[in-house]
Design a protein around this ligand. Sequence first.
Ligand SMILES: [Zn+2]
Length: 409
Amino acid sequence: MSDEHASFREQLAYLLERSPFYREKLAGHDTRGGLDSIARLPLTDKQEVKATCTPDNPFGAHLCVGRGEIVRIYSTSGTTGTPTYIPLTADDLENWVTGSARSYAASGIGPGETVVTTYNAGPFVAGAALDAFGRIGVTHVPVGTGSSERLLLAIEQLRPDAVVLTPSYAAYLLELADLRGSSVRRVLVAGEPGGGEQAFRAKLEDGWGARVTEAMGIGDIGPSLWGECEQQAGMHLGAHGFVHAELIDPETGAARAWEDGATGELVLTHLRHRAAPLLRFRTRDHVQVWTSPCACGRTTPRVRCLGRTDDMLIVRGVNVFPSAVREVVSGFEPAVSGNILVKPRGQGVKQEPPLPVAVELARDGDADPELAAAIRGRLREVLVVQTDVELVPFGSLQRSEYKSRLVSR
Ligand SMILES: [Zn+2]
């Protein structure tokens, strides 16, 4: 902890010296404290940083280094249409790979094993996580996205011990092939919520005949910052020493105690970043956290993602995450395929009930009104939300080799 404290003090001094964005933002704030008083400092919103981008500086005013020090530039997809650019120095990249390697190694993979990955080298930060597999020392087979046939062939012919992909893609592949008898014993999922949800995880574990563990990062801060161990009790902070995690009330922004079972929005602070460090960055990830030591022996904090605040809808005062809707609907397999699409009628977050939800039937499934009623009943019982469930034919909702879209307006 004292190392983290020293890193934080150094990072803060660096921001005040090098970051025009934070020099302005922190003016008038007491910056003498350490990590224990970090909640006194202002939060950083993605939009706020984005607003400082100019034709001369497409990164934003939080850029602290010259172009010559930047060794790589990733981007995030960006909901507004234009991407956010994420520059890295050589040290930043090195730290990202170290943190990612710890996160993925927590799953139990190690030297002597063969791992097939499906991430592309760019444009997203997941590309940097590819280097983590070399660091761990496994035999790495990077397949990328674009061809499920190539991926399935690699699984059949190279007999990997593990695959790395998004939970949506892991589910989609089960529609294409029977993988229960494959060599794969570990499925490492990341990129979106789902891998830690009980019913969804059970479906993947059953279909793959493998253990499913998840990892999570956020573009602006780093890839695979968190990784789950074989206990499947939440993701450990693999990026410890590089990133500090906090919890806040998503409505008021007030700090919440990081204690077993607490929930809230995850806020992250870079501790040793150089190119474009962020302080108290709002991730928009709604998480549950644990601080007690894990049965695996690791003492690092753990999180489970409950959903993205950006995807969250409020139906008559109740927060509804589309991934939670999918989790409940998964309980109706094999009658349904497990694919869903939430289709809010109104603009914005607040919605009037009933919330329309398209639920895809299993292959050759019948649009039985009693099934729709049962799903509606379960959603009301578990999520306290009134829905209008429409059963749609198998194959009518979009599949993805990367992240799946669960909301359509
Ligand atoms: Zn553990």
